[in-house]
Design a protein around this ligand. Structure first.
Ligand code: NAD
Length: 363
């Protein structure tokens, strides 16, 4: 064992001298923590598959539960301002460890930000029945700002994924607050909404939703935009697929009802049971898996636009390539005029919320 400082031999990620010792001849490296030792296979594309979840409520715990079963993370660390909440969730999850791929799960402290590969923020207030995501902004901007300051103070090299709502505005404020490059902080955006869209389209067409390529773009919220012109079933556009499908008499009516169901899903679920958590948990596993496995997956995460789709200085969802360092690039697909206008209208909604929030701070 020798002191080791510098970069991961395989992926180049900066390693923290304080916490790392390494056996450079053997196959494993060990990150020594005060209470435990993590074994890492150097053949992995990343030295650390440590995922820190900030906020151990419904979303954080559902994500941890799904992540645990996926075997994607080497270690999962839960942090919550209510320590007992995090401890309870960890105990509950840890009792299932004999049934899942080997993973370390524990509560953590702010120091865990330092060597995390990914930090997922689910901390904050959630929507109450009838409350819009933008109503949450004032409550959650303060919480997110504090968390980002703490992450920044620990010189974390992690990719940060924001799930707390309103996710687009909060992703923007996180970027501005830290000054980090846009690739390293992004929001879960409309990955969940796109999954709802694919599921409903697949159910209607009698096709596995995994074989439906479809994206919801724009705000993760009321102004979101279904990108019909990018939608494909078995490689066919909807215009080509529909005549061969024979599942409905009036496609335009079905189309409207699918859009409305996607848009209002969260409200229905919140009315029924108080929160949405399982599908967002799975969506976060998909996103974090793309980072940890360096997948270059196309996902509609919320990212800072700098002229793409004719939009500037706003975070919203568009198809992005997600890899080990976050968002590698944005794909500018071809939208029809109507969709592009709707995307611009969605950007205006997000910008308006940001302006109202900024004004409220100065009052
Ligand atoms: P919850 O109330 O069950 O959990 C939130 C947790 O955050 C609580 O345990 C709370 O103690 C903790 N917390 C608050 N401030 C904190 C801080 N400063 N540091 C650490 N922890 C802190 O809420 P939930 O249902 O888990 O929802 C969490 C957020 O996720 C909400 O904003 C909700 O709107 C959002 N959400 C997003 C999506 C999406 O698609 N992006 C989907 C569902 C929910």
């Amino acid at each position: 064992m020798q002191n080791h400082q510098g970069h991961c031999p395989t992926c180049g990620i900066v390693l923290k001298p304080k916490t790392l010792t390494a056996d450079t001849k053997g196959k494993t490296m060990s990150i020594i923590r005060p209470q435990q030792e993590h074994k890492i296979d150097v053949n992995e594309s990343c030295t650390s598959r440590k995922v820190v979840i900030v906020g151990a409520g419904d979303v954080g715990a559902s994500f941890a539960y799904a992540l645990l079963q996926s075997g994607t993370a080497e270690s999962i660390v839960l942090i919550d301002s209510r320590r007992e909440q995090a401890e309870g969730q960890v105990l509950d999850l840890a009792h299932g460890l004999p049934f899942v791929p080997t993973t370390i799960i524990r509560t953590g402290s702010l120091d865990d930000y330092t060597d995390a590969a990914v930090i997922v923020i689910t901390a904050g207030a959630k929507q109450k029945p009838g409350e819009s995501r933008l109503d949450l902004l004032k409550k959650n901007a303060h919480i997110l700002g504090q968390i980002m300051d703490e992450i920044n103070a620990r010189e974390s090299q992690a990719v940060v994924v924001v799930a707390t709502n309103p996710v687009d505005v909060l992703t923007y404020t996180a970027l501005k607050r830290t000054g980090w490059p846009r690739d390293r902080i992004f929001g879960s955006g409309t990955v969940l909404d796109s999954a709802r869209f694919r599921h409903l389209l697949g159910a209607h067409c009698g096709v596995d939703g995994k074989n439906v390529h479809a994206y919801i773009l724009g705000e993760h919220g009321d102004s979101e935009v279904p990108a019909w012109s990018m939608t494909h079933v078995a490689g066919m556009s909807m215009d080509d697929y529909c005549p061969a499908c024979h599942k409905c008499n009036d496609w335009s009516q079905v189309r409207n009802s699918i859009v409305s169901e996607v848009r209002n899903s969260a409200y229905h679920i919140i009315d029924a049971k108080g929160s949405t958590c399982y599908a967002i948990g799975l969506a976060l596993v998909r996103i974090v898996g793309a980072v940890l496995r360096n997948e270059h997956s196309v996902l509609t995460v919320s990212t800072l636009l700098k002229g793409e789709y004719g939009l500037e200085d706003v975070c919203m969802s568009v198809p992005c390539i997600v890899y080990q360092s976050g968002v590698e690039r944005i794909i500018e697909g071809k939208l029809v005029d109507e969709e592009l206008q709707a995307l611009h209208a969605s950007a205006s909604v997000i910008k308006k919320a940001l302006i109202e929030f900024t004004v409220s701070l100065s009052e």
